[in-house]
Design a binder for this molecule. Structure first.
Ligand code: ZN
Length: 66
């Protein structure tokens, strides 16, 4: 069985309160995340990000004919 391509990655975002960067992953988009430095909860707004990611996934899967 061929495993489908599932694009996932981590990225750094700056905290809205303390300005320090912390790591979140693509799976966190659309959810709230907590800054590990000041414990402030930030809502990661999904401005079409997940849709775009899904498109990229589909394109990759097509590319590799999975
Ligand atoms: Zn913070």
């Amino acid at each position: 069985m061929v495993k489908k391509v599932d694009l996932q990655f981590d990225f750094d975002i700056p905290c809205q309160k303390c300005g320090k960067k912390f790591k979140v992953s693509t799976g966190n988009v659309g959810k709230s995340v907590k800054c590990p430095h000041c414990r402030t909860t930030t809502q990661l707004k999904d401005n079409g990000f997940t849709k775009g990611l899904q498109k990229a996934n589909n394109a990759l899967n097509k590319l590799f004919k999975i």
